[in-house]
Write a protein that binds this ligand. Structure first.
Ligand code: DHB
Ligand code: FE
Length: 279
């Protein structure tokens, strides 16, 4: 049977992708940001998962305001990098895993989660920047990737609790998939940031650090955080953190925290990253 072996969370800041693509990782501003991902690169090389379920949000690249699925799973063979206005990033095409993706779609829908099935979709920085941080600049991504998009752009996004419970349903789905695949689940986005309005530039390190602690030790408490609290404490785009709760919900209670990275600033956000391994 397949199993989830670890969860990884990371910010997905578009400027980080641009810094990497333009060869700026050693510049003084970016060096401490990228330094914190060296461990993840080593860890993925050693761990060699068969597949990654990558929870992210689309930023009006694949879905416009005409169609806004709350949860959408990519069941295609492959997903092209999206053109986000500056042209698509120079990164490999994402190879999917249709058998596992369809299995997760079936299992979660029969488990009463309304998952949209996507057979064609381009993927933007929300998905490609985390892959670049984990794997650098390879000619091919080293494993199959299932994109799972969450609406955190247009109100109302799903609650943290709903996301946490979806994570649990994803775990049940993976554990009922026949082949012995070793699966990593990733949650992306965050941490505190606000890109708009009078509070643009807002960052709350105290909230972020408590969120990282809670992710390891008390995810049930994090699942109770309301939308209003996210906006007040983590800024309007801090709501992206509900996607980290899908990742956490898919893990068991006893975990080893392998690595943590937190740095301010990177573009308009606090960069956060954590690796949680099943014991
Ligand atoms: C920034 C961060 C994001 O998560 C995003 O989707 C867009 C921009 C930023 O920090 O600039
Ligand atoms: Fe974002």
């Amino acid at each position: 049977m397949a199993k989830i072996i670890a969860g990884v969370a990371t910010s997905h800041i578009p400027a980080v992708g641009a810094a990497l693509d333009l060869g700026k990782t050693q510049e003084p501003y970016w060096q401490p940001v990228f330094q914190g991902y060296e461990k993840a690169k080593e860890w993925f090389k050693e761990t060699k998962p068969d597949a990654i379920i990558l929870i992210y949000n689309d930023h009006a690249s694949a879905f416009s305001l005409e169609m806004i699925p709350t949860f959408a799973i990519g069941c295609a063979d492959q997903f092209a990098p999206a053109d986000e206005g500056w042209g698509p990033r120079p990164v490999p095409v994402v190879k999917g895993y249709p058998e596992l993706a369809w299995h997760i779609a079936q299992s979660t829908i029969l488990d009463e989660f309304d998952m949209t099935i996507i057979n064609k979709m381009d993927v933007d920085h929300g998905l490609t920047v985390p892959l670049s941080l984990m794997f650098g600049q390879p000619t091919e991504w080293p494993c199959r990737i299932i994109p799972l998009a969450v609406n955190v752009v247009q109100y109302p996004p799903p609650t943290g609790n709903r996301c946490y419970n979806l994570g649990k349903a994803i775990r049940r789905a993976v554990e009922s998939f026949g082949p012995d695949e070793r699966v990593v689940i990733m949650g992306t986005g965050g941490m505190s940031h606000q890109l708009q309005g009078p509070r643009a530039g807002f960052i709350n390190s105290e909230f972020d650090k408590a969120f990282l602690d809670g992710l390891t030790k008390d995810p049930e408490a994090l699942a109770k955080i309301s939308h209003l609290t996210y906006v007040q404490e983590a800024g309007s785009e801090g709501i992206e953190l509900v996607m980290w709760l899908i990742m956490r919900g898919a893990l068991s209670q006893e975990l080893k925290e392998v690595h943590r990275h937190y740095h301010v600033p990177a573009s308009n956000t606090a960069v956060g990253h954590i690796i949680l391994e099943e014991i």
